[in-house]
Design a protein around this ligand. Structure first.
Ligand SMILES: [Zn+2]
Length: 243
C-alpha cells in the first residue's frame, strides 16, 4: 500500500551490523516508489482534470460573453423595435385623429346639408300635395265658370255688336252690351286665372313650386294658401306694387 509523506518520515529501519537491514530497506524503497508512482498518476489525472475544467471554464466564459452580447443586442433591438413601433403608432394615431376630424367635419356638413334638404323636401312635399289638390279644385271651378260664361254668351263681343240691328232698342242694346262686357271681362279674368293655375301646376311638376320667381326665396305658406298660383314672395310683390 502507498505511504503518506508523514508515514515515510516515521519509518524506523532496523539497524544491523552493516547498517540498515537490506530487506527492510528494499521493501521501504519499493513502497516509496509505489507511493510516488501513485501520487504521480493522481497528479497527472488531476492535471488532466484541471486542464479539462480550465478549457470548460474558457468555453463557458466565451458562451457567457456571447450570451451577454446576444442578450444586450436583443434588448437593444427590442428597445429599437419598441421605439419604432411607438413612433409608427404616434404617426398612425396622429393621422387617424386628423382623418377622424375630417370625417367628422364632412359628416357634420353632410348632416347639415341633409337636414336642410330634408326639411325643405319635407315641407315642400306636404305642401305640394295640398296645393296640387287646391289648384286642381280651383281649376275645375274656373273651367266650370268659363263654360258657363261661354253658354251665356256664345260668340264674341265684336260678332254680337255686328249682329245688332238698328231696330233694337238703344237702352236694351246698351244694357246687353254692358252685361256682356262684364261677362267677357270675367271670362278673360278666368282665362288668366286658369293660365296661372296651369303655370302653378307646371311649377309643381318642375319642383319649383313655392319659390319666388324673382328672388328664389320661399313664398310664405299663408300667402300660398290664399293665392296658390302666386309667383312672387310678399316682399317682391310689394316692391312690384310700389313701382
Ligand atoms: Zn321674392
Amino acid at each position: 500500500m502507498a505511504l503518506t509523506p508523514v508515514e515515510i518520515r516515521h519509518v524506523k529501519l532496523r539497524r544491523s551490523f552493516f547498517g540498515y537491514g537490506r530487506a527492510a530497506t528494499d521493501r521501504l524503497h519499493e513502497e516509496i516508489v509505489e507511493s510516488f508512482e501513485e501520487v504521480w498518476r493522481e497528479r497527472a489525472d488531476l492535471q488532466d482534470k484541471l486542464e479539462r475544467m480550465e478549457s470548460d471554464i474558457a468555453r463557458y466564459r466565451d458562451l457567457e460573453t456571447l450570451l451577454r452580447k446576444t442578450l444586450v443586442s436583443a434588448e437593444r433591438s427590442a428597445q429599437e423595435l419598441k421605439d419604432q413601433a411607438r413612433r409608427e403608432a404616434d404617426v398612425f394615431l396622429t393621422e387617424a385623429h386628423a382623418e377622424a376630424r375630417l370625417i367628422k367635419q364632412q359628416a357634420l356638413a353632410e348632416r347639415e346639408h341633409l337636414r336642410g334638404e330634408a326639411s325643405r323636401l319635407g315641407v315642400v312635399a306636404v305642401d305640394v300635395e295640398q296645393f296640387r289638390t287646391l289648384l286642381d279644385e280651383e281649376r275645375r271651378r274656373v273651367l266650370d265658370a268659363i263654360e258657363y260664361l261661354h253658354k251665356e254668351n256664345p260668340g264674341s263681343i265684336r260678332d254680337e255688336t255686328q249682329d245688332e240691328t238698328i231696330d233694337n232698342h238703344l237702352a236694351e242694346t246698351a244694357t246687353a252690351t254692358l252685361d256682356r262686357e262684364i261677362d267677357y271681362t270675367l271670362e278673360e279674368n278666368s282665362e288668366n286665372v286658369l293660365a296661372a293655375i296651369d303655370a302653378a301646376l307646371q311649377r309643381i311638376q318642375d319642383g319649383t313650386f313655392g319659390k319666388c320667381v324673382n328672388c328664389g326665396k320661399e313664398i310664405g305658406e299663408e300667402r300660398l294658401a290664399a293665392l296658390p298660383w302666386a309667383t312672387l314672395c310678399i316682399d317682391c310683390r310689394r316692391l312690384e306694387e310700389r313701382r
